[in-house]
Design a binder for this molecule. Sequence first.
Ligand code: KG4
Ligand code: ZN
Length: 335
Amino acid sequence: MYILGIESSCDETAAAVVKDGTQVLSSVIASSAQEQNLYGGVVPEIASRRHIEHISTTVRQALEQANLTMEQIDAVAVTFAPGLIGAVLVGVNFAKGLAYASGKPLIPVHHLRGHVAALYLSHPQLKPPFLCMVASGGHSHIVKVTDYTKFEVLGRTVDDAAGEAFDKVSRTLGLGYPGGPAVSKAAQQGNRNAYKLPTPHVEGRYNVSFSGLKTAVMNVVNQAEMKGESISVCDLAASFEWRITEILSEKLLLAAKDTNAPVICLAGGVAANHLLREQLEKGAAKIKAELCMPELKYCGDNAAMIAAQGYYEYLAGNIGGLDLNGLATLPIDYQ
Ligand code: KG4
Ligand code: ZN
């Protein structure tokens, strides 16, 4: 079954064709991240306008690279929630028009379920149930994936998402957007023990909190400014990266130990972080759990993951009507 996936929930306009939920025939991404960098973060209206400009070409390229025509596509899957609403609506409306004009079924896909489905692209043997941490720019969850379309949230961030914390710290350190790769790059030249940053206390065994950690970084910068002292950006980036990845990996490993999970997974934009991947590799080996992470190209936003999840939503009978609307927020375990 050939599914055309469309993704436009943040600053990536993406389209892809995936066969039977695992075989990627094409994956095209047009990103406005470079332009957003001028403003230090994503400006929603700019994101929406770029989606409108890029979406037709991106979808056409995805079909061309897959060597397929619209007639050969079996269904159109689109991210309908959660995300920047103006951005989401561009993809939803385009997908509706395409599904209507071609007479193909329309499949609404939850963006975070898509991030989880990125795992099936890199690990075709992986099947639910498994435990997964989904860490992106807007969400940080620990979920039990009980089936392809059934999720149980065990923990979440009580304030900032992990990617958001990377982005904010990056801005404080003058490193630009997106923050994750920028902080990571600076951290490579730094000493992670140079600054002592806190591990915030949080209610809920599997919950995380990053707002205090982000504020601690800001305080170091502000206090140094007030005293006329200089800070080492690389050392502070390294200390922050070490602490946040330690918190994330420890929480996932704790949930894995508690639930005796034989398979643990990481997904979402933050899954591209090398230190986090290394820490989880070591931790998973210690508790003898199998660890699955998407290849780097499927960690950040892409449409192949949306087409992959679209396949399982289709099999579960989750088809959308032409009255499908976009939603800014929606829990991953929605029914
Ligand atoms: O999943 P994603 O592409 O978009 C959302 O759904 O939000 O995640 C984007 C987030 C951004 O906050 C970005 O800074 C972060 O993922 N990110 C990283 C890395 N690459 C991207 N965070 C840490 N380390 C990275 N290498
Ligand atoms: Zn995402």
